[in-house]
Ligand binder design. Structure first.
Ligand SMILES: [Zn+2]
Length: 331
């Protein structure tokens, strides 16, 4: 891919047109003046210069555009995620460069996720994904894990909501849309707040027998699979789509990422949600869609100047205020 073709590809994905651009400074949409020597445009309204990546997640990029596309292509091919070391070898760039590139892609996928409420048949499940805390070598050095101050600080759960494909003649089956939420624990208050905000009333929900889901039966048609006895009930109730999401998430965290901190768990979990939803799409569709999402996202607050000391401050765990659960009749 030549420089010009790469730039045209970026421009078309970002603005939907090769001939018309949106000025990132003033927002005016028109054919702005192209300065050939600088390979940039100059706005006809505010006279500010801008390039094809100005104001996007790749603002101020140093990598050539072709390398960014190659990075996304390698990322798209990795079915269970990709480690930064592997990408750095494949692109022949530094580890730090690959690490930030991967996280900019993940952040874009996170910011551009579809947030419309789920409907139809919806599976809900949660899993602990925090790291194992290895005990000290000598027994005398080991601490009492039951005490709060000695508990695992990484402890949290990933709650997944997956909408099943409606039964169709074209043979499409499995899940069609997935969203994840990182919560402190599988408690009734948090789960109910998330589900009420993200699943339309009237949807049929499938969960396991955990106590956190108990009150959902008052709000939705609710089918429960008792995992102690069966994976699928006689009526066909199961949550196999949610389970297959977790299977892939665990393979990513254990087999590709190895080390991560809790504050980035949301973007990792969302990456697998995206991969699950796009698993049957072509490689080109994945690359173009991921690149478009990156270009339509504003400059990253967490990942711009990361290695110069700018770090993400907020945790990935959602902060849901406790409330008195309304009685089923009132709810
Ligand atoms: Zn302008």
């Amino acid at each position: 891919m030549s420089d010009d073709v790469a730039r045209e590809t970026f421009a078309e994905l970002r603005w939907g047109d090769k001939l018309v651009q949106t000025c990132p400074h003033c927002g005016v949409i028109r054919a702005h003046r192209y300065v050939k020597l600088q390979k940039r445009w100059r706005c006809k309204e505010c006279y500010q210069p801008f390039s094809v990546t100005s104001g996007s997640v790749f603002h101020g990029h140093k990598l050539p555009l072709q390398t960014i596309i190659a990075g996304i292509l390698i990322y798209a091919n990795a079915v269970k995620g990709l480690s930064a070391l592997q990408l750095s070898r494949e692109l022949d760039v530094q580890y730090k460069t690959a690490f930030v590139l991967l996280h900019k892609i993940r952040e874009s996928l996170w910011k551009t996720q579809n947030t419309t409420p789920f409907e139809g048949d919806v599976e809900i499940d949660a899993a602990h994904v925090h790291r194992y805390m290895r005990p000290k070598n000598k027994k005398a050095d080991r601490v009492d894990r039951r005490l709060e101050e000695n508990q695992n600080k990484m402890k949290c759960i990933v709650l997944v909501i997956r909408q099943r494909c409606p039964a169709q003649d074209d043979g499409e089956e499995g899940a069609m849309r997935t969203r994840i939420f990182v919560l402190k624990s599988e408690n009734e208050n948090d789960i109910r707040a998330v589900v009420e905000a993200n699943v339309k009333r009237g949807s049929r929900i499938f969960t396991d027998e955990a106590s956190g889901y108990a009150s959902l039966g008052a709000l939705y048609p609710h089918e429960v699979v008792c995992h102690e006895a069966e994976y699928q009930s006689d009526s066909g109730a199961n949550q196999n789509q949610a389970e297959s999401y977790f299977a892939r998430l665990r393979r990513m965290l254990m087999g590709q990422i190895h080390q991560y901190v809790r504050k980035h768990l949301d973007v990792y979990a969302n990456e697998i949600a995206f991969r699950e939803d796009w698993r049957r799409k072509s490689n080109r569709t994945f690359v173009m869609d991921a690149l478009q999402k990156c270009l339509q996202c504003a400059r990253s607050r967490d990942w711009a100047k990361y290695w110069q000391g700018n770090k993400r401050r907020h945790d990935s765990v959602m902060n849901i205020p406790a409330r008195t659960l309304a009685s089923p009749a009132a709810g």
